[in-house]
Design a protein around this ligand. Structure first.
Ligand code: ARG
Length: 716
């Protein structure tokens, strides 16, 4: 379908913060109107239609959201072969691992399709098309309507548009707001659910540098893993089944062995999750002083306990590897974000924008009436902090802290069934819960979880005001005199949830009475109650936030009419274009735009948690047998930097050259610009990518999985 011009005009008028050189996460459907000239001037050789088309196959058909946008992947063969990051497949690699088959340590390579490993729950989503539906959503909506009837009318319009677009297709349809609810887009997608693991290097390659190098440049990580999309024999999405077949995509990316030079054109397509480029000074303060402070404090405590446990044996290390990496990633991010925001004086930037905005709004009576109050509304919603601290602590320290309480939530439908006497229903609910049991206990250590609960519950009790304390904490305070270690010891000892044997015995003959008396189940219910109370208060205190933000962004756009802008990331497909380049992290220091295997060998430390290395790889470095994967300079390039504008969710995104060929996989951002989600840093912000030649060399020469490389379309 073609886009309506009226819709486009509405969009183009929503233009605000000044766009610097290569900043921007653009909607692929609009590059033909907004960006293509600039892209051509930087070296792009494709037309907008070759990148995004709804009529013929285009690059967008080879770029998919993994797990509904937690990462991105790209298709690199006619048989639905996918490339993404190692850290995006880490959970699956870990789940398939045991002391006997340690794929984390040794890597995994399917030498034929029947060796590929299924991963229930993993999904891949294609974008079929996107369309500006602002006019349709806003039809009949006026500023004079009450907020609730506006809301109701818009919701109704949206669900009708979604329903109509879906028709009798197998697609999903969903409308997403952009520019703080000033613009609405419809996304039509198709989701596949049989995604099998094809290959992964050992983590001493895929996660080389570990926590120390995470969010840093220079980097030497081979951060990739491979999956394949399967579908039913007639080409439709299907749950895992033996008879499913490899999916044949509309497009797969050719892989270039030509390598990258300084200033080469580079673009990234993918699914960035969240940016806050329109955040106000009030929101910034809250991010720094509430969100990040709580996350850093809670995760530090939790990670210390997990680290201790992991150090004590192979089994322990495998069990908690993915949980540790997941939690530590944004722990370090928050530290870096606060440092970056301070060092780069982002608060001053925000205050200056707000000062200009206020001056502009007050200069005209009509503008003053419309926009004069929006910053006050926003400020007001950040005035009270008790409920915001409580909600952040609740997220990190209650159900999101220890695991056993969240696990116990899964038994609620069995509990409901047990309230009645329908035997069949009880049996079905029991069987369903049983499917989660083995997976949970495989990677669970009760003593570790108990320690985490003790520390985090205490932290919650000490830092959150009385009205948001779970009622069960009264027992900890009275009977146990605030000794949460003793309190948690009792919870874990008396409950069936921390103990697989007790749980299995219970599931043989489940009764409501056992759950009613179970302390873990009881505490979970009490926490849910608390979270509800906090949620209501957060909603009350931020009632005006959304409307204030909507006006602020609309006003900024009006104020900066002649500048084109892009909406904040929201897990929808975006494109960012720029060039390969280096940077100066500090005065007197220069960072090159690429790294080589020499640096890998230099960093390697045998037996180290972050820098351990396979001897074979270092031997291969000394033999320098790089074949067709060598750079013109004779070395093997490992990673490189571009100025593409990416964020979390882009992990695994394809980095493409001027011809739309794959040259790398994006996997990280750099420490000097960790403030980037809130303010793009033109001179400092880099996108860190693994060089595709390093990836192919690992698969081909290191692992000997030639079958995988042979499937790809290689451009020499
Ligand atoms: N910082 C990377 C990202 O967010 C994740 C890297 C995972 N590695 C790790 N050491 N935890 O995409």
């Amino acid at each position: 379908m073609k886009k309506s011009l009226a819709g486009l005009m509405a969009f183009v008028l929503f233009l605000s913060i000044q766009v610097k050189a290569d900043e921007g996460m653009w909607l692929p459907s609009l590059i033909g109107k907004l960006n293509i000239d600039k892209m051509h001037s930087l070296g792009l050789k494709l037309s907008a239609e070759q990148i995004y088309s709804i009529n013929s196959s285009s690059l967008k058909d080879a770029v998919v959201a993994l797990d509904h946008g937690s990462c991105t992947a790209e298709i690199v063969s006619a048989d639905g072969l996918l490339l993404t990051n190692h850290h995006c497949g880490f959970g699956e690699i870990q789940k398939h691992s045991s002391v006997e088959h340690d794929y984390l340590k040794d890597g995994f390579w399917a030498l034929s399709k029947d060796q590929e490993l299924p991963n229930p729950g993993k999904s891949v989503t294609f974008l079929i098309r996107m369309e500006d539906v602002t006019d349709k959503v806003m039809k009949g909506i006026s500023d004079t309507m009450s907020a609730s009837s506006r809301q109701e009318k818009m919701m109704k319009a949206m669900s009708e548009i979604e329903k109509e677009a879906k028709g009798d297709t197998k697609y999903e349809t969903r409308i997403r707001p952009l520019f703080e609810n000033n613009v609405f887009y419809l996304f039509v997608t198709e989701t596949f659910r049989d995604i099998r693991l094809v290959g992964a290097p050992p983590q001493s390659i895929g996660k080389f540098g570990g926590e120390e190098d995470n969010w840093m440049w220079p980097r030497h990580t081979g951060d990739f893993s491979m999956f394949r999309i399967y579908c039913s024999p007639d080409g439709k999405p299907a749950d895992y089944a033996k008879e499913n077949v490899p999916y044949h995509p509309k497009h797969h990316l050719p892989v270039s062995l030509k390598g990258v030079q300084m200033n080469d054109y580079a673009m990234v397509m993918g699914y960035p999750g969240t940016t806050n480029r329109y955040l106000t000074s009030f929101g910034l303060k809250s991010t720094m002083e509430v969100v990040n402070v709580v996350r850093i404090k809670a995760r530090e405590a939790k990670l210390d306990i997990i680290k201790d446990y992991m150090a004590k044996g192979e089994k322990n290390r495998i069990q908690y590897a993915s949980k540790f990496a997941g939690s530590s990633n944004y722990y370090k991010y928050s530290i870096g974000e606060n440092m970056g925001l301070t060092a780069l004086k982002v608060m001053d930037q925000k205050l200056a924008i707000e000062k200009d905005f206020t001056k502009w709004a007050n200069a005209d009576a009509a503008r003053k009436a419309k926009y004069g109050d929006c910053l006050n509304k926003i400020a007001k919603s950040y005035q009270t902090v008790d409920e915001k601290f409580a909600s952040n602590y609740a997220r990190e320290a209650l159900l999101g802290g220890p695991e056993v309480f969240r696990f116990s939530m899964g038994i609620s439908s069995l509990y409901d069934a047990l309230r009645g006497s329908d035997k069949e229903k009880i049996k079905t609910a029991t069987e369903r819960f049983k499917t989660s049991v083995d997976g949970f206990y495989k990677d669970f250590d009760a003593a570790t979880d108990q320690k985490i609960a003790a520390v985090l519950f205490k932290m919650y009790a000490d830092n959150v005001v009385a009205k948001y304390q779970p009622s069960v904490f009264a027992e900890a305070n009275k009977k146990f005199k605030g000794n949460f270690a003793a309190y948690c010891e009792k919870l874990y000892k008396k409950s069936i949830f921390p103990d697989q044997q007790k749980m299995e015995a219970f599931l043989k003959n489940p009764t409501k009475k056992v759950l009613d008396k179970d302390p873990v189940y009881t505490v979970m219910l009490s926490m849910m109650e608390t979270m509800k109370v906090i949620g209501e208060d957060v909603r009350k205190s931020t009632a005006d936030l959304e409307s204030g933000r909507k006006l602020f962004v609309a006003g900024l756009n009006e104020m900066n009419k002649d500048k084109i802008s892009y909406p904040d990331a929201n897990s929808t497909m975006r494109l960012t274009y720029g060039i390969v380049g280096d940077y100066n992290p500090r005065d007197g220091v220069h960072y090159n735009y690429f790294t080589t295997l020499k640096g890998y060998a230099e960093k390697g430390k045998a037996g180290d948690a972050d820098f351990d290395f396979p001897q074979k790889l270092v031997d291969m470095f000394h033999a320098a047998d790089y074949g067709r994967y060598a750079d013109k300079d004779g070395s093997l390039h490992t990673c490189f930097t571009t100025n593409n504008d990416i964020t979390g969710g882009n992990s695994g995104s394809p980095v493409m050259n001027a011809n739309g060929e794959l040259i790398g996989i994006a996997f990280d951002g750099n420490w000097e610009a960790m403030s980037g989600n809130i303010a793009y840093e033109n001179d400092l912000q880099k996108c860190i990518n693994v060089d595709i030649r390093f990836v192919l060399w690992i698969i081909d020469k290191y692992a000997g999985a030639k079958n995988i490389v042979n499937e790809m379309t290689i451009v020499q």
